[in-house]
Design a protein around this ligand. Sequence first.
Ligand SMILES: [Zn+2]
Length: 467
Amino acid sequence: MIDLIIKDGIIVTVDDERRIFHGSVAVDKGKIIRLGDCSDLNAGKIIDASGSVVIPGLINCHTHLYQALIEGIGYDMHFEPWNWKFLFPIVSKMSPEHSFASARLASLEMVKSGTTTVCDHWYMHTSFANVRQVAKALDESGMRADIVYGLLDQTFAGERIDSEYMTMIHDRDDLVKDAAKFINEWHGKNRTIVSIGAGSTEDASEDLLVESKKLADSFSIQLNSHVAGWQDILAYCYRKYGVRDMEFMHSRGLTGSNSVFVHAVWLTPEEIKILARTGSNIVHCPVANAHLGYGVAPITAMLSEGINVGLGTDGAASYTYDMFDLMKSASMLQKQHNLSADFLTAEQTLELATIGGAKVLGLSDHVGSLEVGKKADLIVVDFNKPHLLPVNRVVPKLVYSARGSDVKTSVIDGLVIMEDYKVLTMNENKVIEESIEIANELVRGAGEETRRLLEAPWGSKRPYWRS
Ligand SMILES: [Zn+2]
């Protein structure tokens, strides 16, 4: 008797041969033990996947879960006012309770929409207890998590210092000490691993950037940082260091196969070569990049160079944790930007959200594809729907037509986390009820200027916040 069989689905393996076939997936002790005909096996639980497509669980390679409760306040904003008018006034008072609620709400949305692994970049250390509450929330949700202990020792995303809002900035030594403590507490615990990284060249000192690499190496964990996302950061780096953002990271030894760089929009062909040569990994955030007007990352060029690329929602600027949203946007954006329908095929896009993301996070030996011996992280997408139907080629339908709300069942580490649209690890109504309360509390605490954003008029001629 084995633990689980997902029976009679269309299996999209994303394995080395990229096999797609009708069949079943057998799971025991957290791992996939057979793919194909499983009719001779008995299982404690059988899930009927007829008319559905079974794919590897989706991997969100970059987000900031602390922003999950604050959508619907700041939007249609350049990064500068987005931070100072909206983000900082609200989140600078983030408590451990807020952090837990925020991560729990996001994990509910992620589980419901088919994400099984998330990498959260957490730098909101208004209390050092916050990041531990995030780890706890993700652990309780049943998700697989990579928590980046973010490091900020100078003003975030700009040069305005001495602000009452900069409560997430700490001294280098305090950060490094607490990061090491957190790594010891959470790295390798259940389904969670820990990475480390400065926010970006704008919000970490040179000393801290170098120190973060040393710390990552000493614990054999990944380094994870924002790079070349917004154009302004190039000006900042030229002014401060005389070189471009990515060049600076490379010159200080921060590139390499254990390094993950997020955004990577403003890169020269030379910098792309550096990434390829050093085996560095990239996270592409197409929706957040588009919303904030960052630009379109040259990911087709990166893929041609053999660079590992994954997809990330980023935080509240993307207005979604739905990786199906992200897949469609990523592909459409590359086609439109390069004026060619050939760019970023449906198959390549599904790879980014599965095996590509797993490679970026250093997890591809365990997850990212459906293969015997790998961890059983998989989702069942219900194609018995008018906008899908279980006929013809399924990959373009997964990427261009499916939505997170079509995910019917989710299995993580061999455990059924959601079955027939019901999340089993959380009380959905309770999570929503408590999240509303805490979201209101955050706005109340933010002050007059931010509250006024909620009362601004309809943005008919220009964005509402400029009224
Ligand atoms: Zn980010």
